[in-house]
Design a protein around this ligand. Structure first.
Ligand SMILES: Cc1ncc(COP(=O)(O)O)c(C=O)c1O
Length: 390
């Protein structure tokens, strides 16, 4: 079945790029491992397939599915989120160009931009993306080519107005990139709000099962698509067939999972808010969150990620991080199982001592799809160790 943009999200998730195999009727399209394709005479390609780096039907199916869900014309799938980001920046910037990015961007994104691409002449300015005046100043101060935002951001959970930021970037002749990893296309579609490019770590909610590393870029402009497609082909950081297959399988259930992640996180956040040990709960679903009204406008629900800061400082945060059992202490997020992270020493250790450093009294929760009573009981038990020196 082919899908149309008028169909609902879950219909597109299940069917886009997933037509049954015509010879056998296999409902799940076969996984294509072949690295090369027979030619009917020199240059006689079947359906355009020539060599696995340039094209693979399993990867193409995932790309079609990603484009259909983000509302883009083209999607490109990569071997990791950072591989996607690297290809994107190489496709769209040249030495002397500048990137303005959030001052709480994912640590690996900042490391890539500052320590790898910085060596090749790409400048950067980290700025508070929620402060549009500060962004406008930073954009104007250099030859800014890309404005790069995560919303919600990782791990400070800040919400940025995508439509306003797109206008600001466009007025300055720059492009807006939105890292949509935390929200996923089920909760938020940045291209529809005016963004030029969406990037993902598909390792997270899109894959959804913590069993595959990948990344994606989605655009709605043929000129951008051509440039990005060329780098994907010429550099070759593509997702392999098995990774593409697993990601496609995960993506089919994204909507169902995101509803549950969001409902669980909302309940956990409301519970945390009542706890005397807690200094702040950073979750856009709480009316007390400064980005709540904006999140309500640009997101369908508020997602599965929560950050928590403790009155007892670093010791309390570390104690909770190390004393849960349903929440597993591990890097990453967005899988069906709940994960606990201490960003300052784990996911964001690479930005320690920079202005992107994460407060040491903060833990980040990725709320899975388990029964929410068990998530709360697990946290309640871990809280009993605060102040005991355990
Ligand atoms: C928001 C965000 N963007 C990008 C990345 C990088 O993706 P990957 O780890 O798949 O390379 C991550 C990884 O944690 C992330 O959280």
């Amino acid at each position: 079945m082919s899908v149309s943009e008028n169909q609902g999200f879950n219909t597109r998730a299940v069917h886009a790029g997933q037509a049954f195999e015509p010879r056998t009727g296999a409902v799940v399209p076969p996984l294509h491992f072949s690295s090369t394709y027979a030619q009917d005479g020199i240059g006689g390609l079947r359906d355009g397939y020539e060599y696995g780096r340039g094209g693979n039907p399993t990867r193409d199916a995932l790309q079609e599915q990603l484009a259909a869900l983000e509302g883009g014309s083209h999607a490109y799938s990569f071997s990791s989120g950072l591989a996607a980001e690297d290809s994107l920046i190489r496709a769209l910037t040249r030495p002397g160009d500048h990137i303005v990015l959030g001052n709480d961007a994912y640590g690996g994104t900042y490391r890539l931009i500052s320590r790898v691409l910085g060596e090749w002449g790409i400048g950067n300015t980290p700025v508070d993306m929620a402060d549009l005046d500060a962004v406008a100043k930073a954009v104007a101060a250099n030859k800014t080519r890309l404005v790069w935002v995560e919303t919600p951001s990782n791990p400070m959970m800040k919400i940025t107005d995508i439509a306003a930021l797109a206008k600001l970037a466009h007025d300055a002749g720059a492009l807006l990139v939105v890292d949509n990893t935390f929200a996923s296309p089920y909760l938020q579609t940045p291209l529809a709000l005016g963004a030029d490019i969406v990037v993902h770590s598909t390792t997270k909610y899109i894959g959804g099962h913590s069993d595959v590393v990948g990344g994606a870029i989605v655009v709605n402009d043929p000129t951008l698509a051509e440039k990005i497609g060329f780098v994907q082909f010429a550099v070759g950081a593509v997702s392999g067939p098995m990774d593409a297959f697993l990601t496609t399988r995960g993506l089919k259930t994204l909507g169902v999972r995101m509803d549950r992640h969001s409902d669980n996180a909302q309940a956990v956040a409301e519970w945390l808010l009542e706890r005397p040990e807690v200094e702040a709960v950073l979750y856009p679903g709480l009316p007390s969150h400064p980005g709540h009204e904006l999140a309500k406008k640009q997101m369908k629900k508020f997602g599965g990620m929560i950050s928590v800061q403790f009155k007892g400082g670093e010791a309390a945060a570390r104690t909770v991080a190390e004393n849960t059992s349903v929440f597993t202490l591990a890097e990453s997020l967005g899988g069906i199982e709940s994960l606990m992270n201490y960003p300052s020493e784990m996911t964001h250790a690479s930005v320690k001592g920079t202005e992107l450093a994460v407060p040491v009294n903060l833990i980040r929760l990725s709320c899975g799809i388990e029964d929410v009573e068990d998530l709360i009981a697990d946290l309640e038990h871990a809280f009993t160790f605060i102040g005991t020196g355990s």
